[in-house]
Design a binder for this molecule. Structure first.
Ligand code: ADP
Length: 234
């Protein structure tokens, strides 16, 4: 039993190191190219390589945040800070920020939730950001992502993110929110630790919500969550 746990730990350290090392190596390369472009007084190239360096820093940052959150979840110490906030304004900000950092993608937003809800704004943003980032990541040539908001009959806010990307086979969908789960075939082409959706699930549970995925392999996916508008936190 102990041997299996040790083996799993070693395997995780090996994957995590590899995942951290990849953006770091690319970052080093782009910084070197930026330096050379600057020495040649090529402002446009300098800007381009610095912007690409920024993308790699963002990847590293996200990986480290996931690892920190995992440690906190395991220790039962994932902190939440609940407050009241206006949902449409909140979504508008997320869309703008995401659009700014992903200009190659168009986010098409539909629906409204002109209400105030009580919850942890930063953590809910983390869930939406994760859904959006995955929609970009697991999409081959698509340029559009659909973000829909609605208030359900049960007085919940429903947020869904739809992409027209690679999709997920039916038999794998049940495991997609599990810790470290990655669709085997995707792990070769796409980087990741298989932690993002697991963390999302913990955040939504804390808000007494529901989450899930509707997907068809090769056609795309819809990731959604619903959280009650009015509820008392424990
Ligand atoms: P990571 O992306 O770091 O592997 P996640 O927990 O965010 O971790 O996702 C788990 C797995 O679910 C991914 O490895 C991928 O196989 C699958 N997945 C997540 N989002 C999508 C999506 N929008 N389209 C297709 N597959 C997805």
């Amino acid at each position: 039993m102990r041997k299996i746990a040790e083996h799993k730990k070693d395997e995780f350290i090996s994957i995590a190191s590899h995942e951290l090392n990849t953006p770091l190596t690319i970052l080093k390369g782009y910084l070197q190219l930026s330096k050379e472009a600057l020495e040649n007084n090529n402002v446009e190239e300098t800007k381009l390589f610095l912007s690409r360096s920024g993308n790699q820093v963002e990847k590293l940052h996200n990986l480290v945040i996931d690892l920190l959150d995992l440690t906190r979840i395991e220790a039962g110490k994932l902190q939440f800070c609940h407050d009241s906030f206006h949902f449409d304004t909140f979504i508008e900000n997320i869309q703008q920020n995401f659009q700014f950092t992903n200009p190659q993608i168009q986010i098409i937003r539909t629906g409204k939730a002109d209400v105030s809800i009580f919850g942890d704004k930063n953590r809910i943003e983390q869930v939406i950001h994760n859904y959006l980032s995955n929609a970009v990541k697991y999409t081959n040539q698509c340029k559009e992502i659909y973000l829909s908001i609605q208030i359900t009959e049960k007085e919940q806010i429903e947020v869904s993110v739809r992409d027209e990307g690679i999709g997920i086979a039916k038999e794998k969908q049940a495991q997609i929110f599990n810790k470290f789960y990655r669709v085997q075939e995707d792990s070769i082409c796409f980087q990741g630790l298989g932690l993002g959706l697991y963390i999302c699930a913990q955040i939504i549970k804390e808000h007494h919500g529901e989450y899930g995925v509707i997907s068809e392999e090769g056609k795309g996916s819809i990731f959604y969550f619903r959280i009650p508008i009015n509820h008392q936190m424990n």
